[in-house]
Design a protein around this ligand. Structure first.
Ligand SMILES: [Zn+2]
Length: 168
């Protein structure tokens, strides 16, 4: 069985995938993530991902997910583009839907349990993990420094004063 057997964005039996220690990797266009669209100023480019199936010492299925790429987030202060390096490395423990998640796994901070019937939508998992990894309020250290022509635009003391007045 090779990686090509798994269709992009879809693993039919994630438990089998783990026990057979299979691997799935590839690239996904940033534009493919619909829920991400509103948070970005630019949807060009790709992210690279790798999903590795394995079993832990207790013979429990384990997935190691790695995602790398670069995203253009929207700065919450000036709404301009903010380049951000995406780097996710997460261990996941698939648990069949309806089955109780053992307490010791809930206490293990290193592993996130995911409830699943077997069929794994990789694209959706990647998007979930990317959304979790994003900073809550991305901001430039200093807004405006990337403005073209003439560099940073300094505010005149008068406009600062009128701004203060408007607040009162
Ligand atoms: Zn900004």
């Amino acid at each position: 069985m090779s990686n090509q057997d798994a269709k992009l964005g879809h693993i039919p039996d994630v438990f089998k995938f783990a026990y057979e220690q299979r691997r799935l990797s590839g690239e996904v266009k940033v534009a493919a993530f619909e829920r991400l669209a509103d948070l970005l100023t630019d949807q060009s480019g790709v992210i690279r991902y790798k999903l590795e199936g394995d079993v832990d010492a207790m013979r429990k299925p384990r997935l190691t997910l790695t995602i790398d790429g670069s995203l253009m987030l929207r700065c919450q202060r000036c709404l301009g583009g903010l380049g951000w390096d995406l780097s996710v490395r997460n261990a996941l423990q698939p648990v069949r839907s309806g089955q109780e998640i053992p307490e010791e796994e809930l206490e293990d901070d290193e592993v996130d349990a995911i409830e699943i019937d077997g069929d794994l939508d990789v694209l959706s998992l990647l998007e979930d993990e990317i959304l979790l990894a994003l900073p809550l309020a991305p901001r430039h250290d200093e807004c405006g420094t990337l403005r073209p022509e003439g560099g940073a635009v300094k505010e005149s003391p008068f406009s600062v004063l009128s701004g203060l007045r408007a607040k009162n």
